[in-house]
Ligand binder design. Structure first.
Ligand SMILES: Cc1cc2nc3c(=O)[nH]c(=O)nc-3n(C[C@H](O)[C@H](O)[C@H](O)COP(=O)(O)O)c2cc1C
Length: 187
């Protein structure tokens, strides 16, 4: 069983995390470990048709953000890595500076110290110099900084198409082929 740690922070686009959890729930061989920040609880309620508990139920295991003693807080707990989707500028800053005052931040810190894959779906616009410098520092450590950017080469017709392409690219980083995800094969 491959494990993926999924962090949801309080940036806009919580819907992307919901889609990612739904896809991994249907794929055999994957186990998701979810942690939601307090900010995420607010954006989920505000931006999505889901309640926080419904989102929690989409993961195989959901850990409380204050439980810094959870399995994912230790490097001895084996995972394929972690995705923070969406990643707020506050959570980005916490990860970039090793300020691990909740389980999401601690799990990201562990992912870095164990040299595992960390994907950050950073979401803010426009970006200030602090945001950009935090991203540069993390990119230098091998973190994949992957903002949810629009694409049109896949000819999206609905918002679902747009979201699937973004989440498909994120999952692709972990070797997962999302059903319905279309790749560019040349013109
Ligand atoms: C509806 C809503 C949307 C938000 N969108 C963003 C965003 O896109 N990017 C961001 O960095 N912060 C955004 N914020 C602010 C964060 O939620 C806030 O900075 C919070 O403290 C982040 O904490 P967390 O990273 O622990 O979740 C948003 C807040 C709300 C209420």
């Amino acid at each position: 069983m491959k494990r993926l740690v999924v962090g949801i922070s309080g940036a806009s686009c919580a819907n992307l995390a919901i889609l990612l959890l739904k896809i991994l729930r249907e794929l055999p061989g994957w186990e998701t470990h979810l942690v939601m920040s307090d900010g995420a609880r607010r954006t989920i309620e505000y931006e999505t048709p889901y309640g926080v508990e419904e989102v929690a139920a989409l993961a195989h295991v959901t850990h409380p953000a204050e439980d810094v003693g959870a399995s994912i807080a230790s490097g001895t707990f084996k995972t394929e890595g972690m995705v923070v989707i969406p990643c707020s500028m506050k959570t980005l800053a916490g990860i970039a500076h090793g300020y691990s005052d909740n389980l999401l931040l601690r799990a990201a810190d562990v992912t870095l110290k164990e040299r595992r894959k960390l994907v950050l779906v950073v979401r803010e616009t426009p970006l200030n110099l602090i945001h950009l410098q935090n991203m540069v520092g993390l990119a230098a450590m091998g973190v994949i900084v992957m903002p949810p950017v629009l694409t049109f080469y896949n000819h999206p017709k609905t918002l679902d198409d747009v979201q699937l392409h973004i989440v498909g690219k994120v999952l692709s980083e972990f070797g997962v082929e999302a059903p319905g995800f279309t790749r560019w094969t040349g013109k």
